[in-house]
Design a protein around this ligand. Sequence first.
Ligand code: NOJ
Length: 709
Amino acid sequence: MEIYKDKNFTIDDRTEDLLSRMTIEEKIGQMLQVSYNVLDKNEYENYKNLGIGSFLHVLGSEADDIRDKAAKTRLGIPPLFGIDAIHGHALLNGATVFPSQLAMSCSFNRSLIREMGRATAREVAADGLDWTFSPVLCIARDLRWGRVDETFGEDSYVIGELGKAIIEGYECDNLIIACAKHYIAYGEATGGRDAYDCSVTERKVRDIFLPPFKKASDAGCGSVMTAYGSIDTLPLTVNKRMMREILKDEIGFEGFVVTDWENIKSLVTKQRAAKDIKEASKKAVEAGNDMSMNTHEFYNCMLELVKENQIDIKLIDDAVRRILKIKFRLKLFDGKDKIDKNIIGCSEHKKINHELSRESLVLLKNDNVLPIEKEKIKKIAVIGPNADDIRAQYGDWTYFSHPEPKKHVQPKGEYYTVLRGIKETFGEDKVLYNKGCDIFGDENYIKKAVKIAKKADAVVCVIGDCLAQNGEYRDRANLDLSGYQEELVKALVETGKKVIAVLINCKPLCISYIKEHCGAVIEMFNGGDFGGLAAAELISGKFNPSGKLSVSFPQHGAQTPCYYNQYSGWHGGQYVDLQKGNVYDFADGLSYSKFEYSNLKLSRHTVPNGGAITVSVDISNTGDMDGKEIAMLFVKDVVSSVLTPEKQLKGFEKVFIKKGETKTVTFKLKTDDLAIVTTDLKYVVESGDFEIMVGANTKEYLTETLTVL
Ligand code: NOJ
């Protein structure tokens, strides 16, 4: 009896049955993932007929063809189709493009991010695909790194919480699996150099970088992707300690591990850590990689290794078992649940997207400029290189940039740049527009921009960066506004108008001048389809802003890393040639209301090790607009055997509070949450005092002391 074909058996039984029927060629085939664009046509066709494990970057109709061919192979094992649906299924023109991970993290809204994940999964599945290479759980601590936009910001706790939420959303209907990446400490590369070595220790990995992956694994995340880089000179691709021992054996991750793009080949061609692909393949599988993304030589090399008895067949079985289990979990053998293609870009998803764009915006400064009542102004000037550039607004990982750059493609879905948003919100006849300058280059139109600014009652200037300055292979040393952007803002400020700066950028930039001289500052990052509408609605007061920064803004590129959870002990605590502190800090963000915190209470002030307490605080909305507030709980371990941060986030809650009302917000805090990683790599809660700080941000909070016995 072919148990593997029968739905009535358990996934484990079906997997073991199938595994027992497979030849070594079929098993190794499952461990290979092929991209549609790296092979010559004949080789590609060959892989389709061979029945290999997975394809990536293939869209809808082509997936059907590959699926049909796989069905005709001896065992008919369906392939798994992976895609970079990083902020929506955005490699497909017409699908919903959500704000980038960095933008959406500023919403601090777990449930909305869960909904975004679910909507993305439905669009990916409707297109016939099964697997998104998302979320990125890297930590954006060196802002020079090109991939800051792909992260949930600078804090390990926030990343873990939002990572868990998005994974739950992706996987809740069992339509697709998620991929927690890039394992591990990839963003911490020395000098912010993409894919370069980083010098963290295992203690630091456990303390800072591992917790988000543990949360992802506990949430049932189907896959993990190996990082490109190396830790203390050992490439992650061959890091058995990190992958096999810590991720799989210790944490108990049950999904499978896929390498990043050509990681196995890079061991030979870039990192010089193996003499040939055969040796690289052996090392990679022994370290715990279950699937090779590209490096298609892997297939023949593995066959040779088996023939020569150079690799333990148990490792191959373990890898294939993990991959097959996911295929059964997604019901690929049973005719996966069909999702109507019409849900791609549907109104329900647009609604979630619009809401997420609104909650992702961060109002950083408001010198009594906002909101602007539509009726009170006759003309509004919209100026700046990013005011009407949907490419810059989308950021990375859309059909504009992947799988290969396309310059002239027209978006099929509905989208709002800030210019369109302002026109629709304030009335087209009121709007004057000029680009002012480009992101790069010698040309500028500042004189023309100044001319229209002078005619207007309100001036909105949309600046930032563009994709050429961000992404893989694109790290920056200089984080200043490029080109003529600062000159443009200066010229507008000199008109005497209170300039409203809107920032559309993939990462924090150095904006001291903007902070000091503009009347209002709004950070969007990459806002997706509705970013421009949401910004216009914020300006007009149609909703009350509630986002806060998930990442800090330095004064100068060389001030990075500038994350909030630093250790104490820096002599002087600042660079002698800069002022103290950042331009904006993690958790900064204003509302049109005012929220006052009072009555911080701990359910008990002493707690035995292993116990838990509740922390509560009252928050009153004393403004005259209903609004949402994000309450933050930070902890300081007063005395610890290793350095601990001055403040470490351990909880956040976003609450809606009507004007004039007070709400009590409670957090649960376990003593386990206070554990440190000791130098001998143990998780220990050291007895003593902990300051418990609850408030709006890193500067305004109430404090109580908790003693752990
Ligand atoms: C390289 C990137 O590092 C990774 O994030 C992505 O998922 C894969 N390529 C596939 O495109």
